[in-house]
Design a protein around this ligand. Structure first.
Ligand code: ATP
Ligand code: MG
Length: 548
């Protein structure tokens, strides 16, 4: 085999040898939080296989832990998968199988392969042994089948308090694999489940429910992350001993996605939400799919990212610059260009009369085959960006300086005449300039040599906008800081008031947002009302490429 995707190699071989006829995968989120970029990788693997091999992929909610699960999470997970552009074959829940899972437990008990144990959680932990020492057998291990049946049925009927008894698989307390040392497969828990309500007082453990769900759905390849590699013998033990038909589902592990400066654990993401450090799971700074959607990351860019990182068998850390690179690459092709000004500096163009104007037509997107254009109007008063004028220009400064010239994007060459200071003489109030006639693109003097081109917006037409720029929520542990709260980046949101944009930023364009020329990619926050908040999706700077 020669592909760089070892999972697909296994599937190709299973199809060729007729071990299976149709490949069936599943994506099994626990509805205890919103999906994050790590889940996107798992989604793209599972649904990607369905698409590539004309197979099936189910969405199976792993809802075996009623305490943490919620319908809000179920709905958000479905929305996020749809947004990525994938469709599942069946929407299923581990709780759909609570009856069958219970029946499987009874099967095990009847085969002498499971027993009710009265040890406390702590005692079970203490007798489990270590990597170098075998575990100790429970004093309840040799209860008779009849006793076990009776006790387990009583557990289900509510005869015992929470935590007082568990059902354990009877495997091997001296197995070198700790997961095989009589793992707990059912526990007593009085908690209202978001789907089954108060029907059940006992709940199966993940390691028991998961292979059963897979076997019931005839999943052929059960793809999970590397932490479950040591659980595979237990996975196989369950499918083989609970009376399911062959071929048994095959568990395959891959390396989970880890990213620099990014926390990818629902527990910590939930903490950020609960502590009010972010506005919600869909805060544009969150590494959740809903946050990325709010921020303006295109779904296709996320899919491209997942395909570029590929499928590996060894854990590693992916640079978040690669994700930004994919976002930028997509937007560069699809986002319309707009002129905006982050820090306005007023310029009066002396040789344009107050009621005079010139219309110029600039490309919406020079990379788009349609080559649509829109109108920008040059008037006597314009804004340029404060950073595009310098009183003491450093060497090789190509923008505007005293007595210098610069091209206004899509329009005339502008020549500096005077700098007018504020009354107290502390800062520049405005500039006085003139335009050079016939120097617009395509006109007789357009070949005049000026090195710099800057964006501009006419004062009369300008939209007042607010910019939100984002940095990562977390900083990587430095100087030994591992405390989560100390890693929080207090400067993850920068708000820039009083920015300006040409009217096309509101009326025009592509769904995916705009390239504010020379500034970055931005998208209007649809809920920002009159204040017109534009969120920066990604900067223009390509940190990823420069490293290559
Ligand atoms: P978390 O630690 O964030 O709670 P989880 O693994 O408990 O993650 P689940 O909802 O159980 O979250 O995950 C659903 C599927 O997504 C699982 O198959 C899991 O292996 C996969 N998954 C979760 N995180 C990642 C990741 N960082 N990279 C790749 N796959 C992941
Ligand atoms: Mg999980």
């Amino acid at each position: 085999m020669n592909s760089d995707n070892f999972i697909e190699d296994i599937i190709v071989s299973d199809l060729e040898t007729n071990k299976i006829t149709t490949v069936i995968t599943r994506f099994p989120p626990e509805p205890n939080g919103y999906l994050h970029i790590g889940h996107a990788k798992s989604i793209s693997i599972n649904f990607g296989i369905k698409e590539k091999f004309s197979g099936k992929c189910n969405l199976r909610f792993d809802d075996t832990n009623p305490v943490k699960e919620d319908l809000e999470y179920v709905d958000s997970i479905k929305e996020d998968i749809r947004w990525l552009g994938y469709t599942w074959d069946q929407e299923l829940y581990a709780s759909d199988y609570f009856d069958k899972t219970y029946a499987a437990a009874i099967t095990l008990i009847k085969k002498g392969l499971a027993y009710v144990c009265d040890l406390s959680a702590e005692e079970i932990r203490e007798t489990r042994g270590t990597l170098t020492e075998p575990g100790k057998e429970s004093p309840y291990r040799n209860r008779s089948i009849d006793t076990n049946l009776e006790l387990f049925i009583n557990m289900k009927e509510g005869a015992y308090p929470d935590g007082s008894k568990v059902l354990r698989a009877k495997i091997d307390m001296s197995s070198p694999n700790i997961n095989m040392r009589d793992p707990v497969i059912y526990r007593i828990l009085r908690a209202t489940h978001h789907r089954t309500g108060d029907d059940w007082l006992i709940y199966p453990m993940y390691d028991f429910a998961h292979p059963i769900g897979d076997a019931i759905e005839h999943v052929t390849h059960s793809i999970c992350t590397l932490e479950f590699e040591n659980h595979r013998p237990l996975y196989d033990w369950v499918t083989e001993n609970c009376g399911f038909d062959k071929p048994y589902p095959q568990q395959i592990e891959f390396a989970r996605l880890n990213m620099k400066n990014t926390v990818m654990s629902k527990r910590y993401l939930k903490k950020l939400v609960d502590d009010g450090f972010v506005t919600g799971w869909d805060d544009p700074r969150m590494p959740t799919l809903s946050g990325m959607r709010e921020r303006g990351y295109p779904a296709l860019a996320i899919r491209e990212f997942c395909s570029r990182i590929g499928v590996a068998k060894a854990n590693s850390e992916v640079d978040s610059d690669l994700l930004e690179f994919c976002v930028r690459e997509h937007l560069n092709k699809h986002a319309d260009r707009v002129m905006a000004i982050e820090k306005p500096l007023k310029v009066i163009i002396e040789n344009i009369a107050p009621d005079q104007y010139f219309d110029f037509y600039v490309d919406n997107n020079p990379n788009s085959p349609s080559l649509n254009k829109h109108d920008v109007r040059l008037r006597r008063e314009i804004y340029i960006d404060d950073s595009d004028f310098s009183l003491c220009p450093p060497p090789k400064y190509h923008r505007l300086f005293e007595g210098g010239m610069v091209r206004l994007k899509g329009a005339y060459v502008l020549k500096h005449l005077k700098t007018i200071m504020t009354n107290d003489n502390t800062k520049i109030d405005h500039l006085v300039c003139e335009y050079l006639p016939d120097t617009a693109p395509g006109e007789s003097n357009s070949s005049i040599k000026v090195k710099g081109v800057i964006q501009w917006v006419s004062v009369f037409d300008a939209l007042d906008i607010v910019l939100h720029k984002y940095e990562s929520l977390l900083t990587d542990p430095k100087g030994g800081i591992t405390n989560f709260n100390e890693r929080l980046n207090a400067n993850s949101l920068e708000v820039i008031l009083n920015a300006k944009a040409e009217p096309f930023a509101l009326t025009g364009g592509s769904d995916c947002g705009f390239q504010f020329m020379r500034m970055g990619y931005y998208k209007l926050d649809p809920n920002s009302g009159d204040s017109l908040i534009f969120r920066r999706i990604v900067s223009l700077k390509d940190k990823f490429n420069t490293k290559m």
